[in-house]
Design a binder for this molecule. Structure first.
Ligand code: AMP
Ligand code: MG
Length: 517
């Protein structure tokens, strides 16, 4: 047995819950409760992420030694497993204590790029499970496993996933919350992140007036994750807030760049490290529609729709600012930072789309051209990923040659009607390309670097799930490999560079997802 070195920074440095028994309750004045994963009856591998294992210096550990550790049947030697206490605003309303209801942090280990926390999602009840069972099903675990890795390779900040196992136990779920519960296969994903701290971890202490714990937690966060800010004082807290604001804004722009819709941007799902966290009813934009959300639980108000994510990011940051206020006590300084977000966002957004269009960094973005494009893409139901990637075929000396390419990326039955508008747009785009200083080869290279060829379309994940339900994990493996090189041409994988098939348009799991997982 190879010894795995672990640390317990979180539990050593932060106040914990004195109660050792595991039952659902309110936990006060504590950042965590010690809790052990529930034993599973027949753990079995679905997939193992050997690239990440390498990063974590785990490749030499026997897989037979890892299986019990990653399925809840054994503790890492020397580690103190725990569930975090946090609160959150859910869909705009303060929900009080939430916490790790089905996630248990099982070990901190030293990876090649620093200490990482390993967390089992779906490994049983904790004091924070409220009315639920602490478990996760195979379908949502495959979605999290594949998507978090896909995001990583796209260059989008994210938590990662080391393994996916079946527990051998079944879990009851009512997928659409319509009174049709069914038994599904239980599964556990081992998530990996330097830290799983969320905005809600700070909010809970502030909301309860537990200001000592708030300060201890904030000092801890700065010391370990923002060490360049130096020893904490009011000014440093403000700087810390500024960094979270900037990081969150950058993350929102990254989601916009690749067409990702998180689906549940509650403040308990916002990482303090500005990582994409908690993959639930997320989705990928196919036909370009800023009002789209995959989350049926949010279908009425569409609070978390694609085009609203940056606004919600700001709203969430305001809640974080409120939580940190007792440490800073300077309203106008906090407001100024939030105002900067508001002024930076439209400019950064414009620059980001401009870069997707293949223009050099120095060129001045043309706002009207971008706005017109977005309108045309929306009206013409243009597939976002295919359109931007295909710009590598655009010839500025023959702009209308591109019309057929655009047409092929549309889902609309009546797309021909938009031809005159597109002709105008393509002509002005051609003119701008000719005026840009990038030569055609560099332009193509930068288009290919910023516009992925392969993303985890909603139906792709669903196909992998359908196969996995029949105990065939080949497609999970195929997508895992495909999405490790999302910007590369992969000639034998062209089938995944295609529009969503018709059958997937309204299918549960493809365009309709709920929080049930
Ligand atoms: P989410 O919307 O998935 O981020 O979850 C919101 C809160 O509900 C978090 O505190 C989760 O830990 C908790 N939660 C979600 N699903 C379960 C479950 N099956 N069992 C226990 N807690 C859960
Ligand atoms: Mg969550």
């Amino acid at each position: 047995m190879k010894k795995i070195e672990v640390s317990n920074i979180f539990t050593d440095d932060l106040p914990g819950d004195a109660e050792q028994r595991n039952f659902v309750r309110q936990v006060y004045e504590a950042c965590y409760s010690e809790v052990h994963p529930k034993a599973t009856s027949q753990p079995a591998w679905v997939h193992f992420n050997s690239s990440l294992a390498e990063e974590l210096n785990l490749s030499e550990v026997d897989r037979r030694q890892l299986l019990p550790l990653l399925s809840g049947n054994a503790d890492f030697e020397g580690a103190k497993p725990y569930a975090m206490c946090y609160g959150g605003h859910q869909f705009g309303n303060w929900a009080g204590q939430l916490g790790d209801g089905r996630a248990i942090n099982v070990a901190e280990i030293k990876g090649k790029s620093g200490t990482q926390t390993l967390q089992l999602k779906g490994s049983g009840m904790t004091p924070y499970s409220r009315h639920a069972d602490g478990l996760a099903v195979l379908r949502s675990s495959i979605r999290e496993y594949l998507c978090s890795e896909a995001m990583f390779y796209l260059g989008v900040p994210t938590t990662r996933a080391l393994s996916l196992v079946l527990t051998g136990d079944s879990v009851e779920r009512d997928i659409l919350y319509n009174g049709n519960p069914q038994f599904e296969k239980g599964a556990i994903v081992c998530r990996v992140s330097p830290s799983f701290l969320r905005f809600g971890n700070f909010q809970i202490f502030s909301s309860r007036g537990e200001l000592n714990v708030l300060k201890t937690l904030t000092d801890f966060t700065i010391k370990h994750y923002f060490p360049h800010l130096g020893p904490p004082n009011k000014d440093v807290y403000l700087q810390f807030f500024r960094e979270v604001v900037n990081g969150t804004l950058d993350l929102m722009l990254e989601w916009e760049r690749v067409g990702f819709v998180h689906g549940v941007m509650n403040t308990d799902n916002m990482s303090i490290l500005s990582l994409t966290i908690d993959y639930g009813p997320y989705g990928w934009l196919e036909d370009y529609d800023p009002t789209w959300t995959p989350n049926t639980t949010d279908s009425q108000h569409r609070r978390y729709r694609f085009g609203n994510q940056a606004q919600i990011g700001l709203w969430n940051l305001l809640q974080l600012g409120n939580a940190l206020f007792p440490l800073i006590e300077d309203v106008s300084a906090l407001e100024e930072i939030l105002r900067d977000y508001q002024t930076d966002y439209p400019q950064k957004h414009l620059k980001m789309v401009w870069a997707k269009l293949g223009f050099s960094n120095e060129s001045e973005p043309n706002q009207e051209m971008v706005a017109e494009l977005q309108k045309l893409m929306y009206q013409g139901e243009i597939d976002m990923t295919i359109f931007f990637r295909n710009l590598n075929k655009f010839q500025a000396d023959a702009p209308m040659d591109f019309w057929e390419v655009v047409k092929e990326s549309s889902y609309s039955q009546t797309f021909e009607q938009f031809r005159p508008n597109w002709e105008n747009w393509l002509n002005s785009y051609a003119e701008a390309v000719l005026n840009d200083k990038l030569d055609s080869a560099s332009r193509t290279a930068s288009i290919n670097k910023i516009n992925p060829k392969y993303v985890l379309r909603n139906y792709m994940a669903q196909l992998a799930i359908d196969e996995a339900d029949k105990e065939n994990y080949d497609l999970v493996d195929e997508l895992y490999h495909l999405l490790q090189n999302p910007y590369d041409e992969q000639p034998n994988m062209e089938k995944w560079f295609a529009k969503r098939p018709d059958w997937a348009k309204h299918k549960v799991g493809c365009s309709m997802l709920s929080c049930s997982s």
